[in-house]
Design a protein around this ligand. Structure first.
Ligand code: VGL
Ligand code: ZN
Length: 198
């Protein structure tokens, strides 16, 4: 069995002061840094949207952030403009140790489809390529940490279980957006799917 640490979206825009700030989001940084040496492989994801991305409320006439719209692939939450490719807010938190990251998976770059999961876009079928990378590297067990617990972390954990990986959620190294019961719902789904929560 080979294990990998997946560091999810530890970016400026998801930290206090950022465009889509998660409460206490930067608290994950020292925790994730401290975990890295326990893993032979470290992989990071980076939310990476083109300007005018379809998940931004500002890209839809009269739409407010944190409302939903129907996309061809299903219901999509509309977000404030965040993690625009090359912007300061899209950068990893400056204190996040990145030297050991063997791979950075950028996601959400397709203008027409959002991508919460590290494995599939929000149509739940277009792959990012991470599955093949991990399988090629002999990885069978994944530990996940980062932002946000109820969106990108949860979608990644659920997809990873579906793909047959052992999944552990390092809950104290995650922080949530937690809107309208989204955290409780995500935690229930992850427990149901067999995600180990520590
Ligand atoms: C995320 C909303 C929009 C996340 C990314 O990283 O959880 N959430 N884009
Ligand atoms: Zn995003």
């Amino acid at each position: 069995m080979s294990a990998a640490l997946l560091m999810i979206d530890v970016q400026i825009d998801f930290c206090p002061g950022g465009a889509l700030a998660v409460a206490d989001g930067d608290a994950v940084v020292p925790r994730i840094n401290a975990m890295q040496d326990d893993f032979p492989l470290v992989v990071a994801t980076q939310d990476w949207h083109p300007a005018g991305h379809s998940s931004f409320a500002a890209s839809h006439p009269d739409a407010e952030p944190f409302t939903t719209t129907e996309m061809p692939y299903g219901t999509q939450m509309l977000w404030p403009v965040h993690c625009v490719q090359g912007s300061a807010g899209a950068a990893f938190h400056a204190d996040l140790a990145m030297d050991r990251a063997a791979l950075i998976v950028r996601k959400g770059w397709n203008p027409a489809i959002d991508s919460y999961s590290a494995f599939f876009e929000n149509d739940r079928s277009t792959p990012t390529g991470l599955t093949g990378y991990l399988r090629d590297r002999g990885v069978t067990a994944l530990t996940m940490a980062g932002l946000a617990t109820d969106y990108c972390v949860a979608y990644s954990a659920l997809d990873a279980r579906r793909l047959g990986f052992e999944v552990t959620l390092a809950l104290d190294a995650c922080r949530a957006i937690d809107m309208g019961g989204s955290l409780d719902g995500a935690m229930a789904q992850m427990r149901e799917a067999g995600v180990a929560i520590t």
